[in-house]
Ligand binder design. Structure first.
Ligand code: AMP
Ligand code: ZN
Length: 134
């Protein structure tokens, strides 16, 4: 995609600190890190969201996340990771090219867990929601 920031990184029109690359994917350091080694992993194929990326490329992307995590573990020795996708504008997605954030976690880093992102379960009970899927 012509005007996509991450497509420009793929095409090397914009530089990045690449930490892992394969045929389909690229992992690079986030320019505004929220943790030491904060990394963004993308498919080289433009798709704004999970639902728009074909299955094989999506499988390949998650394997690239695994490989990047292994490298980060070797180089920076975090004690854990938070893996996340801001999926859609409402969730905070600012670059419309699907990307998976790898946030290495360290003892005493002061960060929260995924549950700390939102606590607004809505009006329907869990049972009522479950009913919708039957
Ligand atoms: P999101 O809010 O999930 O769309 O995250 C986009 C991320 O891309 C942010 O964490 C930015 O700091 C990061 N970012 C934007 N431009 C660049 C860039 N040129 N190189 C590396 N990371 C970038
Ligand atoms: Zn793109």
């Amino acid at each position: 995609m012509k005007d996509c920031l991450f497509c420009k990184i793929v095409k090397k029109e914009i530089p990045c600190h690449n930490i892992y690359e394969d045929k389909n994917n690229l992992a690079f350091l986030d320019i505004q890190p929220h943790a030491q080694g904060h990394t963004v992993v993308i498919s080289k194929t433009h798709a704004p969201s999970i639902t728009e990326l074909e299955d094989q490329k999506l499988q390949s992307l998650i394997i690239a996340v695994k490989k990047a995590m292994k490298l980060i573990k070797e180089k920076l020795s975090p004690t854990g990771f938070t893996i996340g996708i801001n999926h859609g504008k409402i969730s905070g997605q600012t670059v419309d090219h699907l990307h998976i954030h790898i946030l290495p976690r360290y003892e005493g880093d002061g960060g929260g867990n995924v549950h700390s992102i939102i606590k607004n379960p809505g009006d329907k009970s869990v049972e009522e929601v479950a009913e919708l899927f039957k």
